[in-house]
Design a protein around this ligand. Structure first.
Ligand SMILES: [Zn+2]
Length: 548
């Protein structure tokens, strides 16, 4: 039989447990940043600990009615344990975009993140202590005594809070401002505020009216009766510095490196650090600074404009959805199952995006844009992203729980996904080359949606807030291939393209380049952001007047 305890003591134990045990990731990060080396630093660290503990304690005291506090502990401890696991295992932080990703990712991808270690965290650090907490009987006493005792402890705690905070307030504020990742690691505050922010943003746009955009769009004559096709390949989680084309020491581009006239953009940057931001952004016509999910969702995008101008648009999906971008155009879902499941065996490699494309191309009735949305290098289960014959680098980590793999094995598995992506892109270029004989002038642009952290500073995966994101999460591979016939038809100078490929480009260029290459004129087109405009020799007659 457990001894009965006074509620103010139980609340104190709970606060200490959450702050000191479940917030290990926060304290590790704090220790790294502050790097205490003298008494002053240690006093500062002590003061912060007192502030966090007394603040948490005050919150718990405020809700310390028996059924209420027990219910809160039952919910908060397991959730906080899970948050602690993800921050420990992958070094991530939690903000509103993390919540968006969790909600908008299908269960199949989420399934990869559920590991035994996560279950261990939730059961042993969350559920078990919560049950124990609920089993402890509360000391019986009158409500008057109860209130008096709690007030006494609250007063003491508030005094400790202010006494510790006031002398270090300036340092705490500047620490929070300069190291946003610290506040985004403090749990459960981080996910509580993330869920609130996400929910607030969602409810604001519930009545969604999609405003027209580029209403004046029309085709400029293309001439000789041949059809043109532009394929946009939206990559997933590929980082630029692991592409051999960008100088990576390993042969991750065995096939693309042999493609003649391939244009490789070595300095391409993404709009966001996760799929839910980057994919809508690149099609939105907003640049990175102006973009927000809310703005993009309430305005038509590149695909609507192309369609309006009379271009056929098809979205082929091999991932967790197009994030609203393809809502108003023809979509083909190739993920192997219409309903997302936990069974990875139903997943398809990205080859499926190219399968049957030649037949589709042969039956094209008019000029077209086809978007291929890859599964790419989606983590943490990198080894599931490529067929066994593409396992170029071994041993490859075959465990989503990274702590069970050596770092080189994780990188091996990741690099294998790039070798496979390389193959899929080269195969696509082969199909597009053959389309020439069908009277089709084809081209393609591949760009990854964001990069990936692979253990640098203990950080894995992606999704860091852009302002503090490491280069590896925002520097993405981007390549363009245009058939000789398409270059000829548009008057694009290859040498000029190759030369301009060293400039800093990225997602901001996709919208305008696609309009430009498809000869679509509209007021919202900006030739300065069109990768091809400056290299067109057939101006100004055909391309001169883009205004309606
Ligand atoms: Zn992504």
């Amino acid at each position: 039989m457990l001894k009965s305890r006074r509620p103010e003591i139980l609340a104190l134990i709970a606060a200490l447990y959450i702050v000191l045990i479940l917030n290990q990731p926060f304290w590790r990060k704090f220790y790294e940043i502050v790097a205490p080396h003298n008494l002053r630093d240690w006093l500062f660290a002590g003061a912060v600990a007192v502030v966090v503990i007394s603040f948490s304690y005050l919150l718990l005291l405020a809700v310390s009615l028996k059924p209420l506090l027990r219910a809160i502990i039952i919910v908060v401890l397991p959730l906080t344990a899970a948050a602690s696991y993800f921050m420990t295992e992958y070094g991530i932080v939690i903000d509103a975009n993390t919540v968006r990703n969790v909600i908008e990712t299908d269960t199949r991808e989420t399934g990869d993140l559920i590991t035994w270690k996560l279950l261990g965290y939730v059961v042993f650090l969350g559920v078990a202590p919560a049950i124990l907490f609920c089993l402890v009987p509360w000391t019986e006493r009158s409500w008057r005594d109860d209130a008096r005792a709690k007030l006494k402890y609250a007063a003491f705690s508030a005094a400790a809070f202010f006494a510790a905070l006031l002398p270090v307030l300036g340092s705490v504020l500047s620490l929070g401002r300069e190291h946003k990742e610290l506040t985004l690691t403090l749990t459960p505050l981080n996910y509580a505020s993330a869920v609130t922010t996400y929910w607030r943003r969602e409810s604001r746009k519930r009545v969604k009216v999609v405003q027209p955009f580029g209403e004046d769009a029309h085709r400029l004559a293309t001439g000789d009766g041949r059809k043109s096709l532009f394929v946009i390949v939206v990559g997933e989680t590929a980082r630029a510095d692991h592409f051999a084309l960008n100088g990576y020491a390993r042969p991750t581009n065995p096939e693309l490196s042999k493609v003649p006239d391939l244009i490789n953009y070595a300095h391409a940057y993404s709009c966001g650090t996760d799929t839910a931001q980057s994919v809508p952004c690149m099609f939105s016509g907003f640049d990175r600074k102006a973009f927000s999910n809310g703005r993009a969702e309430t305005r038509q995008n590149l695909l609507d404009i192309l369609k309006r101008a009379g271009v056929d648009v098809l979205w082929r999906e091999n991932q967790a959805g197009c994030k609203g971008v393809c809502e108003r155009v023809e979509t083909e879902t190739l993920t192997g199952h219409k309903v997302p499941t936990f069974f990875p065996s139903t997943e398809n490699g990205d080859d499926i995006l190219v399968d049957g494309l030649d037949d589709r191309i042969a039956t094209l009735k008019t000029d077209a844009v086809i978007v291929l949305h890859m599964m790419g290098s989606h983590g943490p289960a990198y080894w599931k992203r490529y067929p066994p014959q593409y396992e170029t680098f071994a041993p490859a980590c075959k465990d989503a729980q990274f702590s069970r793999c050596e770092l080189p094995a994780i990188v091996n598995a990741y690099d294998n996904t790039l070798v496979y992506t390389d193959h899929v892109l080269a195969r696509l270029i082969g199909v597009l080359s053959n389309a020439a004989s069908e009277g089709i002038d084809a081209g393609m642009l591949y760009v990854s949606d964001h990069g990936e952290s692979l253990g640098e500073h203990g950080l894995y995966l992606h999704g860091m807030p852009y302002a503090i994101a490491p280069e590896s999460q925002i520097h993405v591979p981007m390549v363009v291939w245009l058939s000789p016939a398409l270059r000829e038809a548009r008057g694009i100078d290859e040498a000029c393209m190759a030369k301009s490929a060293s400039e800093r480009v990225g997602h901001d260029n996709l919208f305008h380049s696609a309009l430009g290459i498809m000869n679509v004129a509209t007021r919202v087109y900006d030739p300065k952001l069109d990768l091809f405009a400056a290299c067109k020799t057939k101006s100004p007659k055909t391309y001169g007047s883009l205004a309606p």
